[in-house]
Design a protein around this ligand. Structure first.
Ligand SMILES: [Zn+2]
Length: 275
């Protein structure tokens, strides 16, 4: 292709995150904000400007941006998980926006394989294809229920009978804004549904694996602990024993109502979706 069709290019796909140490986007140091001059004297990040070495964004854009010959990018995910939460199943949809690419002669299937080869065991991308700005809006505005797998530690231990107390069908929780996000979210009570899918013993009686579906915007860790009654009911209050969430995985991103999303489309040929 000889002429550049646009100063911006959009590439869409899904990512799976297989580790518990990767934020979705660049994790700038909260003190110096990664500012080139200010970070030099910053004690918090010791001049690095960031609090983690990598992010999903950086691992993906290192390869894509390298091929497109631009480092300017924005990463848009369909929501995000905490950095210590794995993203499994068929992955989370994302769109990356590249500004002023200098090269368009790229093979997305090859680049996808390259990203996966470089990040084996940490990050996996699927179904990379050309996209457009309208998809950013769709991804940002769409609401998704999620299925989670949580490793629970039960104080004092629990039995299978305790978990029988979890209701079948949907339960509505009232969640007061958790402490950990109180600095950036309005303090109010939200109602969200959850559905308990299954439970199995990992190391009886203390460790159990619980899978549950939750409505968009549910604070899952608090839905488990109850956070001192600020979420009611919670797994802890329903089984009558304090439960702590040791590890959390997103098992699947669902549609707003809690059904499976349609399967990802087959990769498009080069040029589709470019205006
Ligand atoms: Zn800093």
């Amino acid at each position: 292709m000889s002429e550049l069709p646009s100063a911006k290019l959009f590439i869409e796909g899904r990512y799976k995150k297989l580790t518990r140490d990767l934020p979705q986007t660049i994790f700038y140091c909260p003190d110096c904000k990664g500012h080139p001059r200010r970070r030099r004297k910053c004690e918090r990040c010791e001049g690095f400007g960031k609090l983690t070495r990598d992010s999903v964004q950086e691992l993906i854009c290192y390869v894509l941006g390298g091929a497109l010959k631009t480092r300017k990018n924005k990463f848009h995910g369909a929501g995000r998980e905490d950095l210590d939460v794995r993203m499994l199943g068929s992955g989370r949809p994302f769109v990356v926006e590249f500004k002023n690419p200098k090269c368009l002669d790229v093979d997305l299937a090859e680049l996808e394989a390259e990203i996966n080869r470089r990040n084996e065991g940490r990050l996996e991308v699927q179904n990379l294809h050309w996209s457009d700005k309208s998809r950013v809006v769709v991804l940002k505005e769409s609401k998704h229920a999620k299925e989670y797998g949580a490793l629970l530690e039960i104080e004092g231990g629990a039995s299978a009978e305790d978990f029988d107390k979890l209701p079948a069908g949907r339960v509505t929780l009232a969640q007061q804004t958790p402490q950990r996000v109180a600095h950036r979210r309005a303090d109010k009570v939200r109602e969200r549904w959850v559905e308990f899918v299954g439970v199995e013993a990992v190391d009886e009686p203390h460790l159990w694996r619980l899978s549950m579906r939750t409505e968009h915007g549910t604070y899952v860790k608090e839905a488990i602990t109850g956070e001192g009654g600020s979420t009611e009911p919670s797994v802890s209050s329903l089984i009558g024993k304090p439960a702590r969430c040791v590890e959390l995985d997103v098992l699947e991103i669902l549609d707003e109502g809690g059904e499976q999303l349609e399967r990802p489309r087959a990769p498009m040929t080069f040029g589709d979706g470019i205006f």
